[in-house]
Design a protein around this ligand. Structure first.
Ligand code: SF4
Ligand code: SF4
Length: 295
């Protein structure tokens, strides 16, 4: 079983379009399990039309709560809290839940045992069936933290399911950027496909994500999406990759068929044999070639 993660240095490059098409091709080349690791704005589900089979709350940690009936308003907790999360009230102190980091120092130091630490529900994860195979996805609630922990959770669930099903592929649609959820999405992957776009910041974004995959020693391939909207910038990306020995496996042209496929809730490879579909098929062939070489 091989794990392939699709990443980009920033959002809007067409990463999920490519991920959905690879999920389709993987399902045709064996059995596949999918992960939508963009837990802050999951959208692979828009294409895969998931039928939810299982779901549960995700707790990212604990926060302090003060029982006003027990608080003697001594102020010790407010003095100790390094995050200024404890505020005086009229009769008792109270915790600003947004500022509380859950360190529990106040809990251990309160002389009146007026503070308790409570689990905070900060999101929800799902196991769904789709036409390409099972999809593990999640939603982090607005303003909540620990997206990396939630990505790790859905990846663990996907890994378990893939072992039970003897799946051939895990296709992971990573989150954009280079932060904690990206690292959680990429860790342990056999190969990363980096989707770049020919914009002013294209090389900079690609460089950032390449540093991340190189740091974690994940072999990487690059495809340039909407390559023909700025051929000069596309050429720069190709040359940048050549200079670093990173294979550029496709230059996907801009085409309205991508939007039309999205509107129909289809992967672009499901709905035709145009240039875009052909290029993504080529990407899939190169991924398989590269993984075969590593065997
Ligand atoms: S340390 Fe305990 S008793 Fe003192 S203000 Fe804080 S919650 Fe109230
Ligand atoms: S748990 Fe830590 S961060 Fe939260 S209120 Fe108590 S001392 Fe402050």
């Amino acid at each position: 079983m091989k794990q392939i993660v699709i990443l980009s240095g920033k959002g809007g490059t067409g990463k999920t379009t490519v991920a959905a098409a690879l999920a389709h091709l993987a399902s045709q080349s064996g059995s596949a399990v999918m992960v939508d690791a963009d837990v802050d704005a999951s959208n692979l589900e828009l294409v895969l039309s998931p039928d939810i089979q299982e779901q549960a709350d995700f707790s990212s940690g604990k926060k302090a709560i003060i029982d006003p009936a027990l608080c003697t308003a001594c102020g010790r907790c407010a003095e100790l809290c390094r995050f200024d999360a404890i505020l005086p009230g009229s009769d008792a102190y109270r915790v600003d839940a947004l500022a509380c980091e859950g360190c529990a120092l106040c809990y251990y130091q309160c002389p009146a045992d007026a503070i308790r630490m409570e689990e905070v529900v900060s999101g929800r994860w799902f196991r769904s069936e789709t036409r390409f195979g099972p999809l593990f996805h999640a939603r982090l609630y607005p303003g909540e933290e620990n997206s990396g922990k939630l990505v790790t959770l859905v990846r663990q669930k996907a890994l378990q399911a893939s072992r039970e099903r003897h799946a051939d592929w895990i296709i992971i649609d990573g989150s954009p950027g280079i932060g904690c959820p990206v690292i959680a999405a990429a860790t342990g992957a056999d190969l990363a496909l980096l989707v770049a776009e020919p914009t002013v910041s294209g090389i900079h974004d690609l460089e950032r994500i390449l540093k991340t995959t190189e740091h974690f020693r994940i072999p990487s391939l690059v495809c340039v999406n909407k390559a023909d909207i700025n051929p000069a910038r596309s050429r720069e990306i190709v040359e940048f990759c050549q200079a670093r020995g990173i294979p550029v496996v496709a230059e996907i042209p801009y085409d309205d068929v991508v939007t039309q496929a999205m509107v129909r809730g289809q992967a672009v490879t499901e709905s035709g044999d145009g240039q875009v579909a052909a290029q993504v098929r080529h990407v899939w062939d190169r991924i398989r070639e590269m993984l075969d070489k590593g065997r």
